[in-house]
Design a protein around this ligand. Structure first.
Ligand SMILES: NC(=O)c1ccc[n+]([C@@H]2O[C@H](COP(=O)([O-])OP(=O)(O)OC[C@H]3O[C@@H](n4cnc5c(N)ncnc54)[C@H](O)[C@@H]3O)[C@@H](O)[C@H]2O)c1
Length: 343
């Protein structure tokens, strides 16, 4: 089999920091095209990687030049572009949040199945070493019964990240559909599901806009979650953590407490109930603060799943379940009720 011909749609921050550099060093991949409606940006990025620039994703998809694409556009376009790609017989790695509704997510999954193509969602938190180690400890029974958790993802906001700064789509409801909850909260909903190996079945939340007066989406949210076995915990997502990013998770178990990405040096600290403390140095999580320069491993898993014709580690179904938690949180905030997640 020759190299996988890849195109990247959307040439903003996530494409430039992660997708493009990670494809460029993957020996199974030949980067062939990029696409952005911002023509100068498309040309600049295309020149950097020596590939063809497109300004219309349909033209790229119909060019016959690509076998797989990354969808790195604003959230509102994820479903439309992914479905168009899958229907054109092209594998898709779509950024998170997967879609703006359950119906869109289901249509994406259907398109992947009908066309026999891979659909993976960019939930990179699953590939962070401390998260993988914690999942292993939990699965091995080392922590005993899990009682509770606390997870947070917050920073000062996407104006310091998006290529369009304060003018970014991130702050516009019709393009983003959801703010910090969709941007950061969905990562942590996915992480908790991954770590505990259980579904979240009930959600209560406060989802506010109180830090950014120019935004018409939420920027500060706190949720309470309950899993199918009755584990309860909190999830916070915020663009209002002004001076320092928080990307930490704490799992409270019968035999130990796990502190993930909570210590600047030790990405996993295990505090056993018998007083023993084990500290693991497993490398840093990717963050906006390092410009996302660490390898996310998302691209290598996507490519591997295509080459070996295996299910991707985060298929559309998983992306949809994590999205459902966010949709339930939004509904809870609106209705002021605890909402059952429709899984
Ligand atoms: N996995 C992660 O950790 C992570 C981190 C950041 C962003 N993301 C996700 O990646 C996606 C992109 O975010 P970003 O930070 O790169 O945003 P960004 O604002 O930096 O870039 C978005 C780009 O999309 C382009 N675009 C808009 N409409 C387009 C169209 N119709 N066709 C082609 N290009 C189009 C814009 O011109 C811009 O260059 C979002 O869904 C976001 O949630 C994921």
């Amino acid at each position: 089999m020759g190299k996988l011909r890849v195109g990247v749609i959307g040439c903003g921050s996530i494409a430039q920091h992660r997708h493009l550099p990670e494809y460029a060093v993957n020996k199974h991949v030949e980067l062939v095209a990029v696409c952005d409606i911002h023509e100068e940006r498309a040309i600049e990025v295309a020149e950097k990687y020596g590939v063809r620039a497109f300004t219309n994703y349909e033209t790229l998809l119909n060019s016959g030049e690509v076998d797989a694409v990354s969808v790195c556009t604003p959230n509102c376009l994820h479903a439309t572009i992914s479905i168009a790609a899958l229907e054109a017989g092209i594998h898709v790695l779509c950024e998170k949040p997967m879609a703006t509704s359950k119906q869109e997510a289901e249509a994406m999954i259907r398109a992947a199945t009908l066309n026999g193509k891979k659909l993976m969602i960019g939930h990179n938190q699953r590939f962070v070493p401390s998260h993988q180690k914690a999942r292993q400890l939990i699965q091995n029974g080392e922590i005993g019964k899990i009682y509770s958790f606390r997870t947070a993802f917050g920073h000062s906001g996407p104006e310091g990240w998006s290529v369009d700064g304060k003018e970014s789509w991130f702050f516009q409801k019709e393009k983003a559909f959801v703010g910090a909850m969709g941007d950061l909260g969905v990562h942590k909903a996915d992480l908790i599901r991954y770590l505990l190996g259980e579904e979240i079945v009930e959600v209560g939340s406060f989802v506010e806009t109180n830090a950014k007066d120019f935004a018409d989406v939420d920027d500060n949210a706190v949720c309470v979650l309950k899993t199918e076995s009755g584990i309860i915990g909190t999830l916070a997502a915020s663009w209002a953590y002004t001076s320092k990013e928080d990307n930490s998770t704490i799992i409270y178990g019968e035999k130990a407490i796990l502190r993930l990405e909570d210590d600047p040096v030790h990405s996993l600290v295990v505090q056993y109930a018998n007083g023993e403390v084990v500290k693991y140095e497993l490398g840093k999580i990717q963050s906006n603060e390092d410009g996302g320069q660490n390898n996310s491993h998302v691209i290598e898993h996507f490519v591997h799943s295509i080459i070996h014709d295996q299910e991707p580690p985060v298929p559309g179904e998983e992306g949809m379940k994590s999205l459902e938690v966010i949709l339930a949180a939004l509904e809870s905030n609106e209705t002021k009720q605890i909402v059952r997640v429709r899984v």
